[in-house]
Design a protein around this ligand. Structure first.
Ligand SMILES: Cc1cn([C@H]2C[C@H](O)[C@@H](COP(=O)(O)OP(=O)(O)OP(=O)(O)O)O2)c(=O)[nH]c1=O
Length: 215
């Protein structure tokens, strides 16, 4: 794959002197399509697959930052070519309480019951890390906080959302880009960050790199 805006010069997928590879360290199809929205297709996708257990008493924002930085670092360490690694992490929280990523229906139900009729916070951190072979790249990270308010959900509405299934693999057990949108009264911050990647901040970080992926 090559970048839709400006990929490696010879079209072979190999890094050129002026354009290191852009590697997305994520298994999330949302992150891939969010990058496509701003005209970027990574040269490679290489998911980091870390243990994402929060440390004891870890707060949502530092937790998201730590995971994004670790995901980028793990993939940077195993990339031999000149490359810039992009990773992100999305955390849904209420106060200090970090909500799980819903991998089963019961977890998603517990999340939706908690979120019903309340305001919560979504933090997404995005991190960039150069591979060892690209000395001009710079490590950086940004965390973006967004407030989301759900209307009050009846038991029937919660079961209806659960039947639709798009909570699977989502932090907090819902997808703003999916069926839950009909119950979301208010979003203050970055909608793209809620879905997995804050596009404005990601673009700013990429523009700050020597690779010139974005103008
Ligand atoms: C709140 C919310 C989360 N999500 C998704 C974004 C992330 O993919 C996921 C949070 O889990 P993450 O651990 O951030 O990401 P991931 O496990 O999907 O992928 P990887 O770690 O390989 O990068 O929840 C939505 O798609 N919509 C939403 O409204």
């Amino acid at each position: 794959m090559t970048s839709a805006i400006s990929g490696p010069d010879d079209g072979s997928g190999a890094a050129s002197a002026s354009r290191p590879l852009l590697v997305l360290a994520s298994a999330s199809p949302r992150r891939l399509s969010l990058l496509a929205q701003i005209g970027l297709t990574p040269d490679r996708v290489d998911a980091a697959d870390l243990d994402e257990t929060p440390a004891p008493r870890e707060l949502p924002l530092p937790y998201a930052r730590r995971l994004a930085v670790e995901k980028a670092a793990v993939v940077a360490a195993r990339t031999d070519e000149p490359a810039l690694i992009l990773a992100a992490d999305t955390v849904v929280s209420m106060g200090r309480r970090i909500m799980p990523k819903a991998e089963d229906r019961d977890t998603a139900r517990t999340c939706l019951e908690l979120l019903s009729g309340r305001r919560h916070t979504v933090v997404t951190a995005v991190a960039l890390a150069p591979s060892g072979a690209w000395s001009e790249g710079r490590r950086c990270v940004r965390a973006v906080e967004t407030t989301v308010t759900f209307s009050r959900l009846t038991e029937r509405q919660i079961e209806g959302l659960l039947d639709l299934g798009d909570w699977n693999g989502k932090a907090g057990g819902y997808a703003l880009q999916g069926h839950a949108a009909s119950f979301i009264r208010f979003v203050s911050g970055s909608p793209s960050a809620v879905i997995g990647l804050p596009l404005f901040e990601t673009a700013q970080l990429l523009r700050g790199q020597k690779g010139a992926w974005l103008t």
